[in-house]
Design a protein around this ligand. Sequence first.
Ligand SMILES: [Zn+2]
Length: 375
Amino acid sequence: MKLLFPVFLFFAVHIQEISAQARKETPNVFIITTDGFRWQEIFNGGDPALMSNTEYVEDTSLIRQLYGGATTEIRRQKLLPFFWNVISQSGQLYGNRNYDNKADVRNFYKISYAGYNEIFTGYADPKLVPNTPSNNKNTNIAGYFNGLQEYKGKVVAFSSWNIFPYILNEQQNDFPVNSGYENFPATDSVMTTLDRVQDSIHDKTACRYDILTFLIAKQYIQQQHPKVIVLSFGETDEFAHSGRYDKYLQRANDVDRMISELWYNVQTDPFYKNNTTFIITTDHGRGKKNNTWPAHHLFVKGSGEIWLAMMGRGIEEKGEIKTAGQIYQNQIAQTIAGLLGEEFTANHSTGKPIELHPLTEQDKYTWKQSFNASK
Ligand SMILES: [Zn+2]
């Protein structure tokens, strides 16, 4: 029996090393989208002319109190505090055309199905798929990861819009895509309650309330610790189409807060802490003029202009990118694969990964320290 202690110790240390190594090699990613939210509001905050326009805003003075301000810096910080207090310090923000830093879609159509297809498959499909329930034949990054041994059964998607099961081809890819007002199999009293809330909503549309999408996702994430998470909000686009600039800003402000809460939960959960990357973007832009902003499609100028925010593991703290440059939506999928240490292979071409500046030795040291501390 005397021998057992050192043997046990050896295995205990060894197991700890293996699990640390395994965790390092299989990091986690959250791919978060908010539908049709313009780069103009991300980087400039609420537009003063639109916030004062009674055609689009019910109470212009209250909206200006909430989101107005003398400078773009004040306005954007009021509208999106997580983006401009946290991501701007600890992550990267692409697409501020005031600095000639451009992010664009590659697809012709500039509508949602085409945009989400391009984000998740890395392929700007020349074929038009209207926003209808038709299964996507292209290979998507979430399905690809679900096919890898390390990520099998650890991939999940939650969306407000009910077309996501087709865009991500849930049928073929065999990972859960919870969309629209679809109930989630109740695993505890919280999920049961959320299902009941969904059942009680009478005016169901194609787009679920974002708060419900968020609460279901949050509960699942806390319990199941998935490693690749797609979380897609939809209300920003809904209110823009109905010409409600006040509601469009309020929903964007909600999305910012929900992302903030998720990030806080991630950084206080040993499973995710310092081993998780957030990728946040949108499927398309919208009209750039004060009378075209509610719309987006092929013929509305500005509809192809998007933005991209990234933060977490593997992302250098560069903040807002203020140099001229160009990235495209079809580069996002391969960038995500690179962050997870993989190359994404698909049944079609894919955009090349965005050049992420490698971590410096100091960054690696700091990351290792915080990683060890979190064990
Ligand atoms: Zn739309």
